[in-house]
Design a protein around this ligand. Sequence first.
Ligand SMILES: Cc1cc2nc3c(=O)[nH]c(=O)nc-3n(C[C@H](O)[C@H](O)[C@H](O)COP(=O)(O)O)c2cc1C
Length: 226
Amino acid sequence: MTQNPPHPSRPTATPLRVVAVSGTLSTPSKTDALVEAILDELALVLPIERHVIRVSELGPLFAGALTRDELDERVERELRAIEGADLLIAASPVYRASFTGLFKHLFDFVEQYALVDVPVMLAATGGSERHALILEHSLRPLFGFFQALTLPLGVYAHASDFTDRRVTAPLLQERIRAAIARGLPLIRSSIAEKERIERAVAGDDGARPDLRAAELDLTTPTRLFS
Ligand SMILES: Cc1cc2nc3c(=O)[nH]c(=O)nc-3n(C[C@H](O)[C@H](O)[C@H](O)COP(=O)(O)O)c2cc1C
């Protein structure tokens, strides 16, 4: 079987742009530590370029803004990083049974259709083991709204999974590996689809133009609120 050569716009070795948003307001932070542990594990299986956005640092720059055009240039850059990610890690501590208010406020500025079909790994930390379903009842619906591709397994950690703000619990480390392993086929197919669309847009995919137009139409997100 002959294999297609890699497309020049994304050679095989091009790292995935992984953007992680940590919704914590604290420094140091268990959520930041969980994000780092996930990124370290991902780097073992995929070439990645990592970018971490910490609400603890960025929050004061956008907390008082009501619209995107009021935002500081640094916040605008970070929003563009989120919107251009190949893979997003969305992580927040549990505050009052949900993600933090500023985590949500940041995503309120994200363009409504920028995350369509983007793979998103969900992660959270809480003081209690009993709030693990934040992943399903808060984080997953938010990214469902964005029509993102939330990965099947999320990662939840609580205080006893950490020692000196580092992930040390073997069960949590196993869960991180499982979440990545279950997510990998979706991440790979999302990247392959992105490359296929890039090739189609560039007009070098060999597809008949009429078929190409019909297929591209499938990439138009369902516009719910426009
Ligand atoms: C205002 C506030 C509300 C919290 N609410 C919850 C909660 O509802 N459920 C829970 O399990 N932990 C709750 N916690 C504990 C944090 O989720 C937990 O300590 C978390 O790991 C902190 O992460 P960080 O170190 O990244 O800030 C709350 C903490 C704060 C400060």
